[in-house]
Write a protein that binds this ligand. Structure first.
Ligand SMILES: Nc1nc2c(ncn2[C@@H]2O[C@H](COP(=O)(O)OP(=O)(O)OP(=O)(O)O)[C@@H](O)[C@H]2O)c(=O)[nH]1
Length: 806
């Protein structure tokens, strides 16, 4: 295997540019280009150096302490594998895609079509359909009942399509269609299940953003788009529901441009509209595409474009070329020079621009009317990247956190590196969904959990098809699969034990709502079993026991999120529960810095306790790299505090954060800087320093202008126009700030920012106000300080409760 020797990504770039000029010279000298690509130094690095000692796997279990970690000069030289031609070929026909959108845009309905057309299902079952079967992808009983998607389901499917445009040659005609392997994840649209969307985007290489042709860009579309940007996921858009009254795909394209600041353009135009919608015109090839046969399974392409659409097609084709040219230099040059632009120029530029996150092609159709779905699938093959084209990175767990991340090459020969991105407890035990990033995962092989260092044998490996499965012997890099009987937590990395690499973790938002929970009747082991399982499956679901009331408190992303878990406790674990009133997850923070100098001293016969610490606390913003907004900084110079006591100070600080001093809620956004102190040879202990840190924090916190923060939500209401006045009135009553309103035909959309604390009971109010016709979604925006009078009331109420307890 040829190899490129590297230390960091910048060196990778440098190495690549250093190699390029040598290729021509090598050819002239009769050498293979592979040999020429290998820099001189790498020639001495034999392939086995890819393997690192087995002990690294267990070393990875522990976080590397800064002082233990090797200095930068000692960081190991990195040898990156180069993709073998066989890997490249296989990966070029692999697509890992997510289907994401605002609630009710038709993702599940669309996925049902995809499964049917790819031959995975024999029939189409509708969401909340009359046949009582329910959609294939909504396999959970609850999902089928409510007609919403709760858990994402991964599905494997094959699709025949043309090779991607980068493999075509000008003038050579269309190549034969080939088989692509798709992994599709149907993600939930409700904000309460945001973590499912986050997880899916983390492991997928591209996405289809589904929009409703009438409602266009909605609040959840904005959230999903933000998540896709966070993970650099290239996307194509699909404007669904083209059969609906008021359908207008070009308005949706405008919204993509204006509201999401996306460089987007339609690659199709509709043939007919609303109930007359009959097909689409492909603007690249200028062909009319219709669906015929059983449930639209036969795609008919006609060279003849209906005469009444010719002018619109020409105009929209020009607009498409202009927008791609904005994002692609090669096409832009041709465009400016007024040279002839061929079909291949457009498709190749569109692929480059889409993968480069500079352009979004917009497809359109109607999932329910079986129209336009196959063309969208061809678009996935043509314009979304294969797994080798998406940069992925891992951390070397033997190095400190600031060491450069290591680029991953999805080579089959490299050591195994896989990310367990989702857990599910099924009939046959725990099912762990894994994306293999490099190497190969084989049934029966032994793999290592990089976090715990534990090894485990893979007893069974399956490809998932919603809730059914297909056994496989092995899976290559870039693929998604599920394993049975592998104990782990969501987000764990698995390796073959020969690499110290671990995948970077995902963004987990903090919970915004909590409620107390207890079994209705005697407590059975199933109560804690269920809570433990949910906690492991879902990092946004938290459980703790309140120190004062001794109640079990569950927290999550919204009322629906917690309701679903309470319901699942009853259905899956036979534990009916009684819950308290939902409470908003307030937080406390500081708005100024404050110094501390604190001595903890106790002398009551025998060994005393002595610890003195000095330093300051200050406000801290969320660190986007670590996802943390609290930090302990050790700035001690000298030995006034012996090194061994420093971790105890940090522990005391962490403990102090757990229980706020104003109202008992968590403290966030604080940096604790330890500068100096004193110890006593006999009386100092870890306990004394821990207590000193807690005392110092208490003292400084009150001087640092503390405030209570509350979650502010973005609320989007859609309702018939006649209810606009009363809906706005109710929002004002709830002290909401109206951010935007939009009126469309007979419907309006209102976007407001409202404190979550003022949103309780809104769904029944809206239902009453709009005769059941209004809908709303709510999404967490940020934590903001409560009004001073509210803060005072909350502090008084907390104190009163504490006095009553005493
Ligand atoms: N008119 C029309 N209705 C559609 C179309 N596609 C889906 N629907 C309907 O829209 C509703 C929502 O569809 P789903 O497929 O459940 O939407 P979803 O985006 O998966 O919903 P969540 O998973 O709950 O976010 C259902 O009543 C569908 O029948 C379409 O192309 N045209």
């Amino acid at each position: 295997m040829s190899a490129v020797r590297l230390l960091s990504r910048s060196r990778l770039v440098a190495a690549r540019s250093a190699v390029v000029p040598r290729v021509g010279a090598a050819r002239a000298a009769g050498l293979s280009t592979a040999a020429a690509r290998r820099p001189a130094t790498a020639a001495r690095v034999a392939a086995p150096s890819l393997a690192v000692p087995r002990r690294w796997a267990s070393a990875a279990a522990a976080e590397v302490e800064a002082e233990e970690a090797p200095a930068a000069e000692e960081w190991p030289e990195r040898v990156l594998p180069v993709l073998a031609p066989a890997d490249k070929k296989r990966l070029a026909r692999q697509r890992n895609i997510g289907i994401s959108a605002h609630i009710d845009s038709g993702k599940t309905t669309l996925t049902e079509r995809v499964l049917y057309y790819t031959g995975r299902t024999k029939d189409i079952h509708e969401v909340r359909g009359r046949d009582g079967v329910g959609a294939k992808m909504d396999s959970m009983e609850l999902e089928r009942e409510k007609g919403i998607t709760i858990q994402s389901a991964a599905t494997f499917a094959d699709w025949n399509s043309y090779p991607p445009p980068n493999e075509w040659e000008e003038g050579a005609g269309a190549p034969e269609k080939e088989k692509y392997a798709f992994n599709i994840i149907d993600t939930p649209g409700h904000v309460d299940f945001t973590i499912e969307v986050e997880r899916a985007l983390r492991v997928l290489d591209g996405a289809v953003l589904v929009l409703c042709s009438v409602s266009g860009v909605q609040s959840q579309t904005i959230t999903v788009d933000r998540q896709m940007r966070r993970y650099n996921v290239p996307r194509i858009a699909f404007v669904n529901k083209m059969d609906r009254a008021g359908a207008n795909p070009f308005r949706v394209v405008d919204q993509l441009r204006n509201k999401l600041r996306m460089n987007a353009a339609a690659v199709q135009i509709p043939i007919g509209a609303e109930s007359d919608f009959g097909g689409v015109i492909d603007l690249v090839r200028m062909k009319a595409i219709y669906n015929e046969g059983v449930k639209g399974n036969v795609v008919v392409e006609k060279d003849e474009i209906p005469a009444w659409l010719k002018e619109l097609a020409e105009q929209k084709r020009a607009e498409l070329i202009e927008h791609i040219a904005e994002a692609d230099e090669a096409l832009s040059d041709k465009f400016l020079m007024e040279e002839e632009i061929t079909e291949l120029d457009i498709t190749q530029a569109m692929r480059r621009a889409t993968i480069g996150l500079k352009f979004t092609p917009v497809f359109m159709g109607s999932a329910i009317k079986n129209t336009g779905v196959q063309s969208m699938l061809d678009g996935v093959c043509a314009y979304l990247p294969d797994p080798s084209q998406v940069p992925a990175e891992a951390n070397d767990t033997t190095l400190p956190a600031h060491a450069p991340a290591v680029p991953i090459v999805p080579a089959a020969e490299a050591p195994l590196l896989g990310l367990a991105f989702k857990l599910e407890e099924g009939k046959y035990g725990q099912l762990t969904y894994m994306r293999v990033y490099q190497g190969e995962l084989k049934r029966g092989s032994v793999i290592y959990n990089a976090r715990t260092g534990k090894k485990v044998k893979v007893p069974r490996l399956v490809r998932m098809h919603a809730d059914e499965m297909e056994d496989v012997e092995s899976l290559g890099s870039g693929e998604i699969c599920a394993m049975f009987g592998v104990e782990c937590s969501s987000g764990d990395t698995f390796t073959d034990g020969t690499t110290p690499l671990s995948m970077t973790s995902m963004f987990v938002p903090d919970p915004v709502i909590s409620l107390s929970i207890r079994p209705d009747g005697n407590e059975t082991p199933n109560f804690s079993r269920a809570l433990n399982r949910f906690k492991k499956e879902d990092p946004t679901f938290r459980v703790h026991v309140d120190a004062e009331s001794q109640e079990t408190i569950i927290s999550g992303m919204g009322e629906l999120h917690l309701d679903i878990y309470v319901e699942r406790m009853k259905r899956e674990y036979n534990v009916a529960c009684v819950t308290g009133k939902p409470r908003v997850a307030f937080r406390e923070t500081i708005t100024a810095s404050a110094p501390f100098e604190y001595t903890h001293k106790k002398q009551s016969g025998g060994a005393g306790q002595f610890a003195r610490i000095k330093g300051y606390i200050e406000p801290m913003e969320l660190d986007p790299d670590t996802g943390k907004d609290t930090q302990f900084v050790n700035s001690v110079v000298g030995t006034n505090i012996p090194n061994g006591y420093i971790p105890a100070v940090e522990k005391g600080f962490q403990e102090a954060l757990d229980r706020g001093l104003l109202t008992g809620y968590n403290i966030t956004g604080v940096r604790f800087v330890l500068e100096d102190g004193a110890a006593h040879a006999v009386d100092s202990s870890e306990l004394a320093f821990r207590l000193a840190a807690m005392g110092a924090f208490r003292e400084a916190f009150h001087k640092a202008q503390p405030v209570i923060l509350e979650p502010i939500m973005t609320v989007e209401v859609v309702a018939p126009i006649e209810f606009q006045g009363s809906v706005i009135g109710a929002m004002n009553q709830r002290k909401g700030t109206v951010v935007d309103t939009e009126v469309r035909d007979d419907e309006f959309t209102l976007i407001a920012e409202v404190s979550l604390n003022d949103m309780f009971g809104y769904s029944s109010q809206l239902r009453g106000q709009t005769a059941g016709k209004g809908e709303f979604t709510m999404e967490y925006k940020q934590h903001s300080p409560v009004l001073p009078n509210v803060q005072k009331d909350m502090i008084d109420a907390f104190r009163k409760k504490q006095l009553e307890r005493k």
